[in-house]
Write a protein of this length. Structure first.
Length: 338
C-alpha cells in the first residue's frame, strides 16, 4: 500500500516534523538535522517476443488479481536492474532470458504501491520451460494485435512502444519473405514494400515521360532522337512505363498467368528501331534513360534515410533491374534479327 508518513526519527527516536527544502516539504529531524527522502520504487518488466507474440502472465495476488501483465516485479537492494528483470522473468514464467535492450521508461503513481518507475526491457529466451511461478496462475503468448488490457498502464505503454519500434523491421522481413518465396504470388497476404513505388510510377507516368523526353531530345548518346516525332516518342515511352508497372504487379505470378510479354514486345521494339534507322546503341541508350528517370523519380518521392525506405529502394531497384535487363536483351535480339 501507499507508504505512510514517518512519525519518529530512525536515528534518535525523536519526533519528526515537516520542513521545506528547495520548495519540497520533507520529513525532518531537528535533533539530528537530517532530511528524509521518499523516492519512487523501481519496477522492472520484460517483453519476451517470439513469432510476433508477447509472453504475458496472469497475476495471482492483489493488486489486479486475475489480470494479465508483463513479467514484472520490484528490484531488490543491491541488485542490478537488468539482473532484476531476468530474475523476475524466470520466477514468473520459468524462462531463463537474456536482456537485449531497454524498451521504455515510465513513471506513475499507483494506488497500491505509491510512486513507481517502470523500466521495461526486451529479452531473448535462452532456456527453460514455460511454467507459472509463485506469483502467477497462468503464462501465455499473445499475438501483438490481440494483447489484452494489461494491469499496469506502464506495461501498455511499453508494449505499444515495442511494437512501434519493431514495425519497420517486421515489414522488411515480410517483404523479403515474399520476394524469395517462389509461391509468393499465390500465397502472400501482404504486398511487397516496393509495390508502393510501382504505384507511384504508374500514377506519375506523365511527369516521368516528360522528363525523359527532354533528356533524350538533347542527350549526346541519342542524336537521332533529337529530330524524331515527340508525340510518337511520348506514346512509346508511356507504353514502356505501363508495361513495367504491369509486369512488376505480376512479378510473382506463374509465367502462364502473366499478361505481359516482355520478349515479344521488345523484340518488336528492336526491329522497329532498326527499320527507322536508329543505331542499336541509341535504342539501348534511350531505354537506359527511361530506367534512369524512373529511378530518380522513385527516390525523390517518399524516400528517407529510414531503414524501411532504404530496403524498399533496394527491392524496387531489383525489380527494375530485371525488367530492363530483359528489355535490353530482347531489344538487341530483335534488332539483330533484322
Amino acid at each position: 500500500m501507499r507508504r505512510a508518513g514517518r512519525r519518529y526519527c530512525v536515528h534518535c527516536g525523536k519526533s519528526v516534523a515537516k520542513r521545506d527544502e528547495d520548495g519540497v516539504l520533507r520529513d525532518y529531524c531537528a535533533a539530528c538535522d537530517v532530511f528524509f527522502y521518499d523516492n519512487p520504487l523501481p519496477v522492472v518488466s520484460t517483453i519476451l517476443q517470439e513469432d510476433r507474440r508477447i509472453l504475458l502472465v496472469k497475476r495471482k495476488y492483489r493488486p489486479y488479481k486475475g489480470t494479465w501483465c508483463l513479467p514484472s516485479g520490484f528490484a531488490e537492494v543491491g541488485e542490478g536492474i537488468e539482473d532484476a528483470a531476468i530474475r523476475e522473468l524466470e520466477e514468473e514464467t520459468g524462462i531463463k532470458g537474456k536482456i537485449v535492450s531497454l524498451v521504455d521508461v515510465d513513471s506513475c503513481s499507483n494506488y497500491f504501491y505509491g510512486d513507481l518507475i517502470f523500466l521495461t526491457f526486451e529479452a531473448l529466451r535462452v532456456a527453460g520451460k514455460i511454467t507459472p511461478g509463485s506469483d502467477t496462475v497462468a503464462v501465455k503468448y499473445y499475438p501483438i494485435d490481440k494483447v489484452p488490457r494489461l494491469a499496469f498502464r506502464s506495461n501498455m505503454k511499453a508494449v505499444r512502444t515495442f511494437i512501434r519500434n519493431k514495425s519497420d523491421y517486421w515489414a522488411i522481413i515480410d517483404s523479403f519473405s515474399a520476394a524469395v518465396d517462389k509461391h509468393g504470388g499465390r500465397r502472400r497476404k501482404k504486398n511487397l514494400l516496393s509495390d508502393r513505388l510501382v504505384k507511384t510510377i504508374r500514377e506519375n507516368a506523365d511527369t516521368i515521360v516528360a522528363d525523359w523526353l527532354r533528356d533524350v531530345s538533347v542527350n549526346r548518346s541519342t542524336p537521332n532522337y533529337h529530330s524524331y516525332d515527340p508525340d510518337r516518342l511520348r506514346r512509346r515511352a508511356h507504353d514502356v512505363l505501363e508495361l513495367f508497372s504491369t509486369w512488376a504487379d505480376e512479378f510473382y505470378k506463374d509465367s502462364a498467368r502473366r499478361s505481359v510479354d516482355i520478349r515479344g514486345y521488345f523484340r518488336g521494339f528492336g526491329r522497329e528501331k532498326r527499320e527507322e534507322g536508329f543505331t542499336l546503341h541509341e535504342a539501348l541508350s534511350a531505354l537506359s534513360l527511361k530506367r534512369k528517370h524512373i529511378w530518380e523519380f522513385a527516390l525523390s518521392h517518399g524516400m528517407t534515410k529510414r531503414p524501411l525506405d532504404i530496403y524498399m529502394a533496394f527491392e524496387f531497384d531489383r525489380r527494375m533491374m530485371i525488367f530492363f535487363d530483359r528489355a535490353t536483351f530482347y531489344s538487341s535480339m530483335g534488332y539483330m534479327e533484322m
